[in-house]
Write a protein that binds this ligand. Structure first.
Ligand code: UTP
Length: 297
């Protein structure tokens, strides 16, 4: 059953309208959580899971993303001359091996499923990961690594899943559970953004997937949904319909929805407080802020 997952697709061709006007010229994935862009968190997580090939599905106006992973000879030589070895070390995390990174264009934003499909020629016949950089996950063992380890035992398709309150279910893809094995569930259906009160469970899919190449064939066949988008959820649900295994994996960790303003702010506070170089000053400031608010009430 052991399959090596060496390729990951990063769909980053969305318009990021929830962050306008910033995203008029700054790709959402380049927005900074403390001092690293969102995409860096996703790349670090992918590397920890053993990913060797990084496929970005981009679009117009995303060149800052390509520059971010390029060499910066002038900057590097200036830092070297100034003896700033610590900063050179930090820059190393943005370096990619030659040939390890590929960019594919999604010409029109036809949905997440379509974005993933755009990479089909680079995937071939192997299982692959999909990572949405908006979902930032703080975890002792990085989320995709947990999933790769679990997937080595199960094969099939696997989606990261987390419990959400019933009132929030209509914002997510929701799993219809066949068997609940604790950290993992087997799935008998999936529904994207179910209308209020119709969700089959409270287990929501978030932006980490391990998929079989058949999902690419399914994406080829499915029709756009009501919103005109090709949904990845529908292509995974087709696997279930055709009798192939799909699992939900309850990852250990905390997920932040950095595609929303509130989630981004929460992540900024959590990651700021987790940083040894910032913790004392930042937590002192937050405490002061809260006590001022309490005093004013
Ligand atoms: P979102 O639904 O969060 O959309 O996409 P968005 O456009 O990025 O942001 P808002 O809602 O306008 O603020 C989820 C993921 O799917 C990618 C996005 O880049 C994001 O990583 N995506 C979405 C594409 O690559 N192409 C699409 O056509 C749609």
């Amino acid at each position: 059953m052991k399959t090596r997952i060496s390729k990951a697709i990063f769909p980053v061709a969305g318009m990021g309208t929830r962050f306008l006007p910033a995203t008029k010229s700054v790709p959402k994935e380049i927005m900074t959580l403390v001092d690293r862009p969102l995409i860096q968190y996703a790349i670090d997580e992918a590397r920890a899971a053993g990913i060797k090939e990084f496929i970005f599905v981009t679009t117009r106006g995303k060149s800052a993303l390509e520059d971010y992973f390029d060499q910066a000879p002038e900057l590097e030589s200036a830092l070297r001359k100034a003896g700033k070895d610590d900063l050179l070390e930090i820059l190393k995390t943005t370096n990619m091996d030659s040939g390890a990174i590929a960019y594919i264009r999604q010409q029109r934003a036809l949905g997440l499923g379509h974005a993933v499909w755009c990479a089909h020629r680079l995937i071939g016949n192997e299982p692959f990961a999909v990572m949405l950089p908006d979902d930032v996950i703080a975890a002792e063992t990085p989320c995709l690594q947990q999933m790769v380890e679990a997937h080595a035992e199960t094969g099939g398709c696997m989606v990261a899943a987390m419990e959400v309150p019933p009132s929030k279910a209509s914002s997510y893809g929701i799993l219809d559970i066949k068997d609940d094995m604790g950290s993992m569930v087997s799935v008998k259906g999936m529904v994207e953004k179910p209308p209020a009160g119709t969700a089959p469970s409270n287990l929501a899919v978030i932006g980490r997937y391990i998929l079989t190449p058949r999902v690419m064939n399914n994406l080829n066949q499915i029709k756009p949904s009501a919103g005109g988008e090709i949904q990845l959820t529908d292509a995974i649900a087709m696997e279930v319909t055709e009798g192939r295994p799909v699992y939900g994996y309850r990852f250990r960790g905390e997920r932040f929805d950095c595609g929303s303003k509130a989630g981004f702010l929460q992540a900024t506070v959590a990651f700021g407080l987790a940083r040894p170089d910032l913790r004392d000053e930042f937590s002192g400031y937050l405490q002061q802020l809260l006590s001022m608010r309490d005093a004013a009430q």
